[in-house]
Ligand binder design. Structure first.
Ligand code: C5P
Length: 218
């Protein structure tokens, strides 16, 4: 049996950082499922495919060669690690993520990440749809204001100018889309632990996840 830790939550909640650190500590594989939707969005934009063109999006998603290598994300051998992180790409990803046939193709891609000795997967539907058998499920969140502030700090640290009110509006709009869509909406499953990181440091959040994991492992 390969253990999976599923960490789901809204945009900019910090789940990616927490999931990555937990994976490092446990020496597990890591799946950033949001990156897959962002890659589809980037390619669709590049090829001029509309966010509602289900047939073309399905063909496109099937044709993508995605690799996660030494901390870099490669699309058809090109490094897209930075370019998929833009706000614009995140917004388009959340629109394309509502398309069922895109989700179906990415489901198989995601299952391939489940390998020994274990996997930490972060996203919106890791515990509810993609890995319902997960040994540990976590719903990780923070208030929209804190999430906007964290995203703002991230951008400013990278030297990218940003407006906190615009970021807050984007986050609220993305939450609405992710929570209300028909296909695999973001939701906390009854068997998931709730982790509000609004008042926690990254280390505290990581330690909490490790503690829960050791509780279920013993
Ligand atoms: O997590 P991240 O912000 O990178 O995800 C980008 C978008 O991809 C999200 O807003 C969401 O709509 C979509 N997504 C999803 N299911 C996942 C991960 C991400 O629908 N498992």
């Amino acid at each position: 049996m390969i253990p999976v830790i599923a960490i789901d939550g809204p945009s900019a909640s910090g789940k990616g950082t927490v999931a990555q650190r937990v994976a490092e500590k446990l020496n597990f594989h890591y799946l950033d499922s949001g990156a897959l939707y962002r890659i589809v969005a980037l390619s669709a934009q590049f090829q001029g495919i509309g966010e509602t063109d289900e047939n073309k999006l399905n063909q496109l998603t099937k044709s993508l060669r995605i690799e996660f290598k030494e901390g870099k994300i490669l699309l058809n051998k090109q490094d897209v690690t930075e370019s998929i992180r833009s706000e614009e790409c995140g917004i388009l990803a959340s629109k394309i993520a509502a398309v069922k046939s895109v989700r179906d193709v990415l489901m198989n891609v995601q299952h391939q990440f489940k390998q020994h000795p274990g996997l930490v997967a972060d996203g919106r539907d890791m515990g509810s749809v993609v890995f319902p058998e997960s040994m540990l499920k976590i719903f990780l969140t923070a208030t929209p204001e804190i999430r906007a502030q964290r995203r703002y700090n991230q951008l400013i640290n990278k030297g990218i100018s940003a407006n906190i009110n615009d970021l807050l509006q984007d986050i609220l709009e993305r939450d609405r889309r992710d929570l209300t869509r028909k296909e695999s909406p973001l939701k906390q499953t009854p068997d998931a632990h709730f982790l509000d990181t609004s008042a926690l440091t990254i280390d505290q959040a990581v330690n909490q996840v490790i503690q829960w994991f050791s509780d279920v492992s013993n």
